[in-house]
Design a protein around this ligand. Structure first.
Ligand SMILES: [Zn+2]
Length: 122
């Protein structure tokens, strides 16, 4: 059973999963920052087999790439090897979350050879 924490948001995770107590002060496995009481997210399994909390925004960023990737793939991903565009992983994840929810998945980006681009940038 998939588990999530925080207020439910529109997603398959929350439709099908089970809400559990927010793991306040545990570190997000992706950004390394502590989970706060207002945060929302789910869990992934670390290399040690332990279940680790991840912010929902960080989960999305881990799949979609960082804000630098979205703003200027060549400059940030290719030239500087920093897909987060100079921001922290968490900051970048929050910006990508806003960007995706503003543009939607059918925005102009979807006309690019999408999976060829982002797979190289994670
Ligand atoms: Zn995080």
């Amino acid at each position: 059973m998939i588990e999530f924490f925080g207020d439910p948001w529109p997603s398959g995770i929350c439709d099908e999963g089970r809400q559990v107590t927010t793991p306040i002060n545990d570190d997000c496995e992706l950004c390394g920052e502590g989970i706060c009481d207002q945060d929302q997210g789910s869990f992934m399994f670390g290399l040690d087999g332990q279940k680790k909390p991840v912010h929902r925004e960080c989960s999305l960023r881990s799949v979609m790439g960082g804000i630098g990737h979205w703003n200027n793939h060549v400059a940030w991903c290719i030239d500087r090897h920093d897909p987060d565009g100079g921001y922290s992983y968490r900051e970048s994840a929050l910006m990508v979350w806003d960007l995706i929810h503003e543009l939607g998945f059918n925005a102009e980006y979807s006309t690019r050879p999408f999976d060829q681009i982002w797979r190289t940038c994670l």
